[in-house]
Design a protein. Sequence first.
Length: 58
Amino acid sequence: PAQTGQITYTQNVKIRFLQPPPIPPPGPLIIKEVRPPQPPPPPPLVVRQRAPPLPTPP
């Protein structure tokens, strides 16, 4: 063959697609409610009541 200065390379490339692992069966569904902490209870309400004054005799 005639020398033209061109070199041809051959590269063998193999492509393999990986399979993802199987999905595990679903377990029990656990839902937790997250609530903010409650404020402390208000101080007790004190109600003072006075008896009506006794009627004064005329």
